[in-house]
Design a protein around this ligand. Structure first.
Ligand code: PBG
Length: 323
């Protein structure tokens, strides 16, 4: 006898009612905007597979970040495109590298903005892998001190949060130990804990110039078929000292976001990656989808699945209302 006593439509009949019973929302304070920092000054290099996204030199990224800050965006996430690449990614821990200089410049210009740095070697190695190579393998343990050095360099530059994305085992612990040893015990780590080996990173690799020159990342990033394994990854990262954990990509892994949220009482980030952005952009450019509706809907889906922090190339556009 549910109907006609109960009518679900009653609470949908006006915006006032819908707003009152709305369960989830996306606020600028939930959003993080990624940027690709490149050498030079006055440089804005459009990324062809990500319309609206450019590689930006330090001065330009500082301007863009202050627009993000004005819109109330919580933070920015920085990736570096260095001048020089080599086999061990040495420029990753160069205190005068593009990311290190951008951190300092953004902190100065926009003190309210959180500056998060991506800690990984793939943008800095000439082979494009996220660690050092021994034989045909990405060597786990030999990579750890290099990641710790990179994180320390970001810390010295003034980063508010460091975010390791390499997927080496033990890297959160190695970074935590190095930070603590150098008196950065209060600096949080946001770990890319459940990072899948995803085709949706395609456009990023053009943006960050980080495509692997041989092989792929299957020996260190997660198999898309797995979900229980994501919980183990998160558990281990928390044990090693991660403060915030992440699931990446977002939309194809909403089930994983939900199970991490239900299992662990810690802040959870989700990354709407380059391919997710490019799909929505491409369909919008063709007039096939209404961009602002589908962007809002996709971010809401990620929030509803359980993410607290949304990393998205749309962050500033959503916060300003441009999209
Ligand atoms: C670096 C890294 C990648 C992304 C974030 N950090 C690329 C990769 O693992 O190949 C992808 C982000 C995106 O696609 O937007 N390891």
């Amino acid at each position: 006898m549910a109907f006609p006593l109960h009518r679900m439509r009653r609470l949908r009949n006006s915006e006032g009612l819908r707003r009152m019973v709305r369960e989830n929302s996306v606020a600028p304070a939930d959003l993080v905007q990624p940027y690709f920092v490149c050498p030079g000054s006055g440089v804005e290099n459009p990324v062809s597979s990500m319309p609206g996204v450019s590689q930006l030199s330090v001065d330009k990224v500082t301007e863009a970040a202050s627009r993000a800050a004005d819109a109330g965006v919580a933070g920015v996430l920085l990736f570096g495109i260095p001048e020089h690449k080599d086999a061990v990614g040495s420029s990753a821990s160069d205190d005068s590298g593009v990311v290190q200089r951008a951190v300092a410049a953004i902190r100065k210009a926009s003190p309210s903005l959180l500056v998060i740095t991506d800690v990984c070697l793939c943008e800095y190695t000439d082979h494009g892998h996220c660690g050092v190579i021994e034989g045909e393998q990405v060597a786990n343990d030999a990579t750890l001190p290099l990641l710790a050095e990179e994180a320390l360099s970001h810390a010295r530059a003034g980063a508010d949060i460091v975010a390791p994305s390499d997927m080496m085992d033990g890297r959160v612990g190695a970074i935590r130990a190095a930070l603590d040893e150098h008196h950065f015990e209060e600096l949080p780590i946001m770990s890319y804990s459940a990072k899948y080996c995803s085709g949706f990173y395609g456009p990023f690799r053009e943006a960050a110039e980080s495509a692997p020159q041989f092989g792929d990342r299957r020996s260190y990033q997660m198999d898309p078929a797995n979900s229980a394994e994501a919980l183990r990854e998160v558990e281990l990262d928390l044990e090693e000292g991660a403060d915030i954990v992440m699931v990446k990509p977002a939309m194809p892994y909403l089930d994983v976001i939900r199970s991490v949220k239900d299992t662990f009482a810690c802040p959870l980030a989700a990354y709407q990656v380059s391919g997710e952005y490019s799909m929505l952009k491409a369909a919008a450019e063709r007039g096939w989808l209404d961009e602002s509706r589908v962007v809002a809907e996709s971010l809401l889906a990620i929030k509803r699945a359980g993410a607290d922090i949304l990393i998205s190339y749309y962050a500033t556009d959503v916060a300003t209302g441009a999209v």
